[in-house]
Design a protein around this ligand. Structure first.
Ligand code: ATR
Length: 279
């Protein structure tokens, strides 16, 4: 996806994956700085750890408390800073890191685009209160979600996220647990990791909330393509989407941050779809 976008922009960059242990993250970020990398994406389990490693944090990383996109910025002799991917040409005096978060916006963009689901005023059942679940809950609250029900295997974590929302968004009705009988949901959103393994059960307790009480179901997991949750949701007649759209939009935004240009989203989408189909 990124290499297709990079090529379409005519840039001489390459995007590569490096498996890094959490205890090596600081050296990896330093090594990339020394080698004049343009930027990095970080994924589990690095997103939270990276917050304290950055020289600067963009508002997005501060808001969501997690970094998934790093930009290396250079200082010119004149003293101004520019992303290395948009470097004007003179000597780089010094390089610093700036952390961004492009995940939160990607969730909402994908919900709108892939499910025609508008979070504003919606009643949403959110499964998961880990890193991804917390960001999703706070982002939905920022977007003006109507009512939000939070479910997590470890209920205390859901309580913590609910408390954070009550504090920052007192207008949002938030509860821990399944919606009461008779209440329907506009959306069930899975942000747990349950479903990543082919034989994982659904994270939804169907004895407490049956999928036919939801209009749409979104699973952040994109591999496997159809989790147990999405399969039962489809059978129940819900609109469904997996997390490929979220993956796409966080990547589109990252490429725009590195390059300072509009990223070719459709070309990136095609490359991603093809990759997911064949790998
Ligand atoms: P991420 O950054 O992907 O959100 P995480 O912070 O480790 O990763 O969160 C994983 C989420 O999946 C959590 O909500 C976790 O529940 P707990 O908070 O109780 O650990 C959930 N999860 C993982 N394995 C699960 C399982 N077997 N059953 C139910 N929930 C599970």
């Amino acid at each position: 996806m990124q290499n297709a976008g990079i090529a379409a922009l005519g840039l001489d960059w390459r995007y590569a994956a490096f498996e890094t242990r959490p205890e090596d993250l600081a050296s990896a970020v330093e090594g990339a700085r020394a080698m004049r990398f343009i930027g990095l994406n970080l994924t589990v389990p690095h997103k939270l750890l990276a917050v304290d490693l950055m020289d600067e944090l963009d508002e997005s990383a501060r808001t969501w408390g997690a970094v998934n996109t790093v930009v290396y910025e250079g200082r010119s002799a004149a003293g101004d800073w520019h992303p290395l991917g948009q470097w004007p040409g003179d000597a780089v005096e010094e390089v610093r890191t700036r952390g961004f978060n492009t995940d939160a916006d990607a969730i909402v963009r994908s919900l709108r685009e892939d499910l025609a689901c508008e979070p504003k005023g919606a009643d949403i059942l959110l499964l998961g209160a880990g890193g991804a679940g917390r960001v999703a809950a706070l982002k939905l609250a920022t977007e003006g979600v109507g009512r939000l029900w939070l479910i997590n295997r470890t209920a205390a974590k859901a309580e913590q996220v609910a408390a954070e929302i009550r504090e920052a968004h007192p207008e949002v009705e938030v509860a821990v647990g399944y919606p009461p009988a008779g209440v329907t949901a506009d959306l069930i959103l899975n942000a747990t990791s349950l479903g990543l393994k082919e034989d994982d059960p659904s994270p939804l307790d169907e004895t407490r909330f049956s999928p036919d009480r939801a209009r749409a179901v979104y699973d952040m997991i994109y591999r496997p393509e159809r989790t147990a949750l999405l399969r039962t949701a489809q059978t129940a007649g819900c609109r469904t989407a997996n997390g490929a759209g979220m993956l796409l939009w966080q990547g589109v935004k990252a490429l725009e941050i590195w390059s300072g240009r509009t990223a070719p989203a459709e070309i990136m989408r095609e490359a991603l779809t093809e990759h997911l189909r064949t790998h």
